[in-house]
Structures are given as structure tokens and as C-alpha cells.
Design a protein around this ligand. Structure first.
Ligand SMILES: [Zn+2]
Ligand SMILES: [Zn+2]
Length: 239
């Protein structure tokens, strides 16, 4: 029989699933943030040669979080837009729950979950695995290496022949100081909070952390909020 889990039980078992994974680990969570604890757990799993697949569905993963993930081996990241399910499993245990990945180390929300042991509920376990694989097949693999990502961006840009529908325009960018997602506008590259701090000094050359367009680490500023590649993409879009 599957076991009922409350918030703390859910956190506990998600973490346990990651720690005890022997050869495979699948994490399905619409919202994904890579906390330090989560990152360390994933790193341990990756060092044990566990194959890790993460499926998420909201475009909020910061490029620098992707960069940290890119340093791990055996890890694949997938994006599925309409993802709402949350399900975490290794080869023997699974948690299906309301809890998003980033919440497992926090315990503020009220969550519920069920723990499924493959050796006891094989049929149930296999059905959930099959559904996950079906989601995986319709998911978009997200390149983790910077070069692959640049290629993906440029490939998208190269198909510029047909007039681009409006929604394909770059709409979202990053605050160049704190990496928060904000509207893409190279003339306003700060989030409201960072802008109000910046405005106390108004130094247009003050060095910031990331590119406004792609969020990669890059010495940017109010005057130059984008790295070279992003600047030239932006230029081409301005004609
Ligand atoms: Zn900011
Ligand atoms: Zn950039």
C-alpha cells in the first residue's frame, strides 16, 4: 500500500529518494530552483553515476543555475510547458505530491504526498513511470552547456526569413544585478529594487553581474547591459 505523507514526510522522502538513488533519478516539478542543499544532493548523486533527469515547466531557471547544473555529469534537463504534475522517483521509491522541487527544504506550505514502494505497488509505480516517460517524450531538451545554448539562440534567430510573429520577440530579460526575471528592455536593465539602489549613485558604468538578455555572467552596466552576442542580436532586431 502507498503511504500517505504530510509536508515534513514529503520533504523527507524526496530528499531520501535523491540520496538513495543507485542508478536513476527522475525529478518532475513545474517550478525548479536549485538551492544549495538540492545542488549538493544532486552532485552526490551525479558523482555516484546516477542518471538524473529533471523535467520542469516554468521559465524561471536562472542561467547561472543552469551553469551549475552543467558542471554535473549524467544530468539532463527538460522543459514541458504545461507541466503541473510533481513526481520524484529513483529505481525503487516514488513520491507523488503537491510539493514543488524547490520547496523540499522549506516547510512553510501545507503539502500532501504519497510514497510508493516499487516492490509493494509495482503496478502503480510503473503506471506513473510510463506517464512520466510520455511527458518526457513531448518535452524540449534544454541545453546546459553555454555553447549549446548560444547555438540554440542563434538557430532560432537564423530562421528570421519569415516575418516573426510578435510573441517570438525577446520579451523577458534579467536584472543585471540580481538576475531576477524582468521585462526585456536594454534601457531598463534593473528590477525595481535594484534600480532604486542604483539610482542613489546613478553610475552608468557601475559593473554588474549578468547579461540582461541571456542572464549569463558578464560584466555589464547600465550603459552596456548585454554581452556581445546578445548586443548584436538586439541590434539586428532594431532595424
Ligand atoms: Zn535586481
Ligand atoms: Zn547575453
Amino acid at each position: 500500500m502507498a503511504e500517505f505523507l504530510t509536508t515534513s514526510g514529503t520533504s523527507y522522502h524526496i530528499e531520501k529518494i535523491i540520496i538513495e538513488a543507485k542508478n536513476k533519478l527522475v525529478l518532475v516539478s513545474p517550478y525548479l530552483q536549485i538551492s544549495k542543499t538540492l545542488y549538493e544532493r544532486l552532485k552526490d548523486a551525479s558523482n555516484k553515476n546516477v542518471s538524473i533527469k529533471i523535467i520542469y515547466g516554468k521559465d524561471e531557471l536562472k542561467p547561472n543555475e543552469k551553469n551549475s547544473l552543467a558542471e554535473l555529469k549524467n544530468i539532463e534537463l527538460y522543459y514541458f510547458q504545461n507541466l503541473h504534475a510533481k513526481c520524484y522517483f529513483n529505481e525503487s521509491k516514488m513520491v507523488i505530491t503537491s510539493m514543488n522541487m524547490y520547496e523540499f527544504s522549506e516547510k512553510t506550505n501545507r503539502e500532501m504526498g504519497v510514497l510508493i514502494d516499487r516492490s509493494i505497488d509495482k503496478d502503480l509505480f510503473e503506471k506513473a513511470v510510463a506517464e512520466t516517460l510520455s511527458i518526457l517524450q513531448s518535452s524540449e531538451p534544454i541545453p546546459l552547456k553555454k555553447a549549446e545554448r548560444q547555438n540554440a539562440i542563434q538557430a532560432r534567430f537564423a530562421s528570421k526569413e519569415q516575418p516573426k510573429p510578435k510573441y517570438q520577440k525577446q520579451l523577458r530579460g534579467y536584472c543585471i544585478r540580481c538576475e531576477t526575471r524582468i521585462d526585456y528592455n536594454p534601457e531598463k536593465p534593473y528590477c525595481a529594487d535594484c534600480f532604486s539602489i542604483w539610482a542613489q549613485f546613478e553610475n552608468p558604468e557601475y559593473t554588474e553581474n549578468v547579461c540582461h538578455r541571456c542572464g549569463e555572467y558578464y560584466a555589464t552596466s547600465m550603459n552596456k547591459p548585454q554581452d556581445r552576442d546578445c548586443f548584436s542580436l538586439w541590434k539586428k532586431e532594431q532595424w
